[in-house]
Write a new protein. Structure first.
Length: 280
């Protein structure tokens, strides 16, 4: 009942505001705004009829709109409504011979409809809070990992950072290879956890590197502590990932970029070790 009252109150304020606006600019304003049962006889002509909390019976002529909140509307034979009809929380009865030129909108907030609205709203709020929680965790985790593993996460930005296309392609091919491997292998179930953990670690490392490089591009952050550059960068990346519709695409690009960055770094380290062993 509380949610229903909030919805009705909100719509009522909008409708009354519109009615006041129309009244101010009409040459011959003839509006009725009642909170009791209202009857419009055959010989009466009005601009607007607004009834709050009770029923309305119209037999005359209404030029602009008829609005009934939390009540029933009966349109009698011979009535002529040239505008729209909006009924919230009640029913519309139209006799034969009654004319309604514009649309008739009838919203009856019974218990089933109200429960559906509350359920849908709860799901939307839950998803929003979950996204907010994940975003905050991602920001904190990226900054912490970047600060605590500053020396270990050191990648040659000149050779890696400026080739994003190759890294994204490498990460994309890496995900396909991992998917095929998990599909054909017999011991796929135990490996799923390890693979996802590796992808997650790779994603965090990629975010740390990207956040650091992006944060340094801002002049205000250049001479500040490194954690501030990480914070600015990861907040910007998180905001991009939360953009509706294209946020998922940005997430995939960042994931493939991070995976490609990790694969390229591991490959180069293995190559350097081989060269050292060969020289020895």
């Amino acid at each position: 009942m509380k949610g229903r009252r909030i919805i009705i109150s909100f719509i009522t304020v909008m409708i009354v505001s519109m009615a006041i606006f129309n009244t101010a600019f009409a040459k011959e304003p003839k509006n009725i705004i009642h909170n009791k049962q209202t009857v419009i006889p055959k010989n009466q002509q009005l601009e607007n009829v607004i009834v709050l909390g009770d029923d309305a019976v119209i037999s005359g002529k209404v030029k602009t709109a008829v609005v009934v909140i939390n009540g029933n509307l009966t349109v009698k034979k011979g009535a002529d409504i040239r505008g729209s009809v909006f009924v919230l929380g009640g029913k519309v009865s139209q006799e034969k011979g009654a004319k309604i030129t514009e649309h008739v909108i009838n919203v009856n907030l019974n218990n089933e409809t109200l429960h559906s609205l509350i359920f849908a709203g709860t799901i939307i709020l839950t998803l929003w809070f979950m996204r907010l929680a994940v975003s905050l965790i991602l920001i904190v985790l990226t900054v912490l990992v970047g600060v605590l593993m500053r020396k270990r996460i050191s990648i040659d930005s000149k050779s890696v950072y400026f080739t994003p296309g190759k890294l994204i392609l490498t990460g994309f091919m890496g995900t396909i290879a991992l998917s095929i491997f998990l599909t054909v292998t017999i011991i796929a179930i135990p490996l799923v956890i390890i693979v996802f953990l590796g992808i997650f670690v790779s994603f965090i490392i990629g975010l740390v590197f990207l956040s650091r490089e992006i944060g340094k591009e801002f002049a205000i952050v250049r001479e500040k502590p490194e954690w501030l550059a990480l914070f600015v960068g990861i907040v910007l990346l998180t905001a991009l990932m939360n953009i509706p519709l294209i946020g998922g695409i940005i997430f995939l690009i960042l994931l493939w970029y991070s995976l490609g960055l990790s694969i390229t770094s591991i490959y180069r380290k293995l190559k350097e070790r081989r060269k050292r062993k060969g020289n020895v």
